[in-house]
Design a protein around this ligand. Structure first.
Ligand SMILES: [Zn+2]
Length: 322
């Protein structure tokens, strides 16, 4: 057994015995074998086409070999690095285990101890910035404000405090959005968008979390800027938990195709003063999804998914605190 792997394994055994949260050794180039992960979670392993499938009674992890795609309990999660052969078996990078898979599966060991009280919702664009515009002239800035208002209503019904970065059709810079989250004392920040792509066939829903320092993003418009750490990286584990909770719920309620929990260094994620996610609720450049974006039932379904995802995260934190 590799020394790092051995250390991880021992830490987790200690954790399972109730001795507290382990401090995992950090090294972004280290590999963690899938057989180690399966042992750790007491999962049986099988293969299905190009996928390695690991499963126990509660959870499943599927990893596509030579690919960055994985699925946790059926929901797509993009890895920072592809799954590769290492030492005779398949393995993923330690960063993907520590900042993706393990926080999602063992959230209680990673969530912040502070009880989340204040959620800041950020409807994208506004004013002179329309965002994506569909063929039928559906404006992203309008659709996402309507969705954010619905999310707010659902959260407030659960006695969760909510602030909006904008409640009207006004222009805000990206910095103003992060600043307003900091000023409100946000415990969670969720930015709401609709997608646009050159290819009209592109469709589906996706949620972004901040990319880990030094790693490649997984947004469809490619990697931008430098790869150094941002403020948002201090919440890497919580970002993955929040993003996964939102994406799982969004896929369920929107019934659109699952483009996955992805990674990007969007300014609002990079500068977030708390765990943060950015949601893309469908493509305005896809005729079918543009029609859905002006349908009140679809907006409500998407809002339900986002609010259920936020409530799911808060429930995990509260449970971990007990
Ligand atoms: Zn947008």
């Amino acid at each position: 057994m590799h020394s790092i792997t051995r250390q991880l394994f021992i830490s987790h055994v200690v954790l399972l015995a109730g001795a507290g949260v382990p401090a995992l050794a950090a090294s972004s180039s280290e590999m963690v074998s899938l057989s180690y992960i399966a042992r750790l979670y007491s999962m049986g392993t099988s293969t299905s086409g190009k996928k390695v499938v690991m499963k126990n009674k509660w959870n499943s992890i599927e990893v596509e070999t030579n690919s960055r795609r994985a699925w946790i309990n059926g929901v797509m999660v993009w890895l920072h690095h592809p799954c590769r052969k290492s030492g005779g078996g398949w393995a993923i990078r330690e960063v993907d285990f520590k900042k993706g898979i393990d926080p999602i599966l063992r959230s209680y060991a990673y969530v912040p101890s502070r009880k989340p009280n204040m959620v800041v919702l950020d409807p994208g664009h506004g004013g002179k910035d329309s965002g994506a515009v569909g063929k039928r002239k559906v404006y992203e800035k309008k659709a996402v404000l309507s969705i954010a208002n619905r999310v707010k209503k659902h959260l407030e019904a659960k006695k969760i405090k909510v602030r909006m970065t904008r409640a009207t059709d006004t222009y805000l810079t990206l910095q103003q959005r992060s600043d307003s989250a900091a000023k409100a004392g946000a415990d969670l920040f969720v930015s709401i968008h609709a997608d646009g792509a050159a290819d009209p066939s592109a469709h589906g829903v996706e949620t972004f979390a901040m990319t880990a320092a030094g790693c490649d993003s997984s947004n469809h418009y490619g990697q931008g800027g430098n790869k150094s750490a941002g403020k948002g990286n201090q919440y890497d584990a919580a970002n993955a938990i929040l993003g996964f909770s939102i994406q799982s719920n969004l896929v369920k309620t929107s019934k659109r195709s699952d483009r996955g929990l992805r990674r990007a260094r969007f300014a609002v994620l990079k500068n977030a003063p708390c765990p943060a996610a950015l949601v893309e609720c469908g493509f305005l450049t896809n005729p079918e999804e543009e029609a859905l974006m002006i349908d009140a039932n679809y907006r409500e379904a998407v809002a339900r998914g986002i609010s259920n995802g936020i409530i799911g995260y808060i429930t995990l934190v509260n449970r971990a605190r007990k």
